[in-house]
Design a protein around this ligand. Structure first.
Ligand code: AMP
Length: 193
């Protein structure tokens, strides 16, 4: 199974992806996690990405596309994967289509977790408090920048998939378990549900 989880920062993509990993044994490919690992390891990509991430901007498309292409080509993705945090621009979505096409692969589902944007900032800053602020970009200024970047650059990705009839929307308001149940229902429902 190959899935994309779309939705703004704070929508619960990471939490839901992790649950799907536990349930279906497929891989979570979080570009945010990959970048944070690169920053921690001090790789050239990490050194370049750190300042961009800290201010809540997007890492350039060519860098991200190369990272995801390399990751998809590793053998552990054979059973499938959940993309979490990628694609984040329409150009990334187009590149992903091409990449999958070249490999004879397709996507089973593109699920957008839809939430009321007014709760996101509080949710993210609440999460930061709970986890002891482990993410450098969970500050008030960066969060508002990340939400603006989402509206301007990532919301069009949902439109891109919607216009091709490929998008499924799931209500992301409610508890983790409630949202999980809606995602499961959507996954069970078959491709034309
Ligand atoms: P996330 O953990 O998905 O919220 O990502 C954290 C940060 O990593 C983002 O605010 C961006 O700076 C960067 N990032 C993650 N994924 C991407 C992507 N697909 N394209 C560009 N930048 C990304």
């Amino acid at each position: 199974m190959r899935l994309i989880l779309l939705g703004p920062p704070g929508a619960g993509k990471g939490t839901q992806a992790q649950r799907l990993v536990d349930k279906h044994g497929i891989l979570q490919l979080s570009t945010g996690d990959m970048l944070r690992a690169a920053v921690a390891a001090g790789t050239p990509v990490g050194q370049r990405a750190k300042a961009i991430m800290d201010r809540g901007d997007l890492v350039p498309d060519d860098v991200m596309i190369e990272i995801i292409a390399e990751r998809i080509d590793r053998p552990d993705t054979a059973k499938g994967f959940i993309l979490d945090g990628f694609p984040r621009t329409v150009d990334q979505a187009v590149a992903l289509d091409r990449l999958l096409d070249e490999r004879g692969l397709s996507l089973d589902r593109i699920i957008e977790i839809v939430v009321d944007h007014t709760i996101l900032s509080d949710r993210i800053l609440g999460r930061a408090k709970e986890t002891g602020g482990s993410r450098a970009d969970d500050t008030e200024a960066t969060v508002s920048k990340r939400l603006a970047v989402y509206r301007e650059q990532t919301a069009p990705v949902a439109d891109y998939y919607r216009s091709r009839g490929a998008l499924k929307q799931v209500d992301g308001m409610g508890s983790v378990a409630e949202v999980a149940a809606r995602i499961d229902e959507n996954l069970r429902a078959g491709t034309d549900a």
